[in-house]
Design a binder for this molecule. Structure first.
Ligand code: NDP
Ligand code: 8X3
Length: 256
């Protein structure tokens, strides 16, 4: 079985790749940081304790916002990896947190290009391979931000609402080909997410999780693996998962 995970150099994607490797899946891992992809490949071979040829790992370094790069990367996939059983559309980010009328337009473009267009490009390239096989599973990483809008979340929320819509669209269109489609929508989880959101400001990022135990990347990886390992006749359409201390995008109990 082969799983393709976008954004596997950090956070959810990395934890998910390590877990699927442990479970014996061959992997295609993607991201822009090639050194991280190579580290991952080594880590997978060491942590699974298997020989350097098992599980098979293919690294694809490209920017998901750039259609030509996405096309070239997917076209470069060798035959032995081409039967992709699972696509985890995970790569994504938030850039900034500000009122819409004061928003940074470059940040908007980055979020729209990555979270919506990048996910669409990957799906457009990989879904036809699944259609040909009449089987497959697409797991879209949305967010609680795609279920509820919160102040200063505006464009990030809009991109994740789009993921929610695309998840539904994919499911109704791909059901005819026996392809499962589902989404996982996490709340606050401590990864590189907030560091990226606040442009490398680690202190500000830390404050997001102050006084609560947030979700971890491992929590999300386990849930994605659980979705992927249900029996053939069961599809998990949509999961919303939050830290126990979080009740909604705006309500969390903090011990401060
Ligand atoms: P991280 O920042 O830890 O990881 C993001 C991953 O996405 C990295 O591997 C990064 O790789 C990749 N990525 C970002 N931009 C691009 C790009 N242009 N091209 C290719 N890859 C890219 O964040 P998380 O693991 O937390 O986030 C993963 C997903 O989960 C995102 O879609 C995020 O919106 C969503 N999410 C996160 C939550 C959280 O609180 N952490 C909660 C709900 C949803 P590289 O930098 O190497 O390109
Ligand atoms: C990330 C969760 O609440 O920061 O998607 O938007 S939140």
């Amino acid at each position: 079985m082969t799983v393709l995970i976008t954004g596997a150099t950090a956070g959810f994607g990395k934890a998910t790749a390590l877990l699927f490797a442990e479970k014996g899946y061959d992997l295609i891992i993607t991201g822009r940081r090639n050194e991280k992809l190579q580290e991952m490949k080594n880590e997978i071979h060491t942590s699974t304790g298997l020989s350097v040829t098992k599980p098979k790992v293919l690294t694809l370094c490209f920017d998901i916002r750039k259609l030509e790069e996405v096309k070239k990367a997917v076209e470069s996939i060798p035959e032995e990896f081409k039967k992709i059983d699972i696509l985890v559309n995970n790569a994504g980010l938030a850039a900034g947190a500000s009122l819409l009328h004061e928003g940074n337009i470059d940040d908007w473009e980055r979020m729209i290009d990555t979270n919506i267009k990048g996910l669409l490009y990957m799906t457009r390239m990989i879904a036809p391979l699944m259609v040909k096989e009449k089987k497959g599973h697409i797991i879209n990483v949305g967010s609680v931000a795609g279920k509820e809008v919160y102040p200063n979340g505006n464009v990030y929320c809009a991109t994740k609402f789009a993921v929610d819509a695309l998840n539904k669209a994919m499911r109704i269109e791909l059901v005819a080909y026996g392809i499962k489609v589902g989404s996982i929508n996490p709340g606050m989880a401590e990864t590189e997410f907030s560091i990226v959101r606040f442009a490398g400001d680690e202190e500000r990022a830390k404050k997001v999780y102050e006084g609560i135990t947030p979700l971890s990347a491992a929590d999300i990886a386990e849930t994605i693996y659980w979705m992927a390992s249900r029996p053939a006749h069961v599809n998990i359409n949509d999961i919303v998962i939050m830290a126990t201390a979080q009740a909604s995008t705006t309500i969390a109990v903090r011990n401060t």
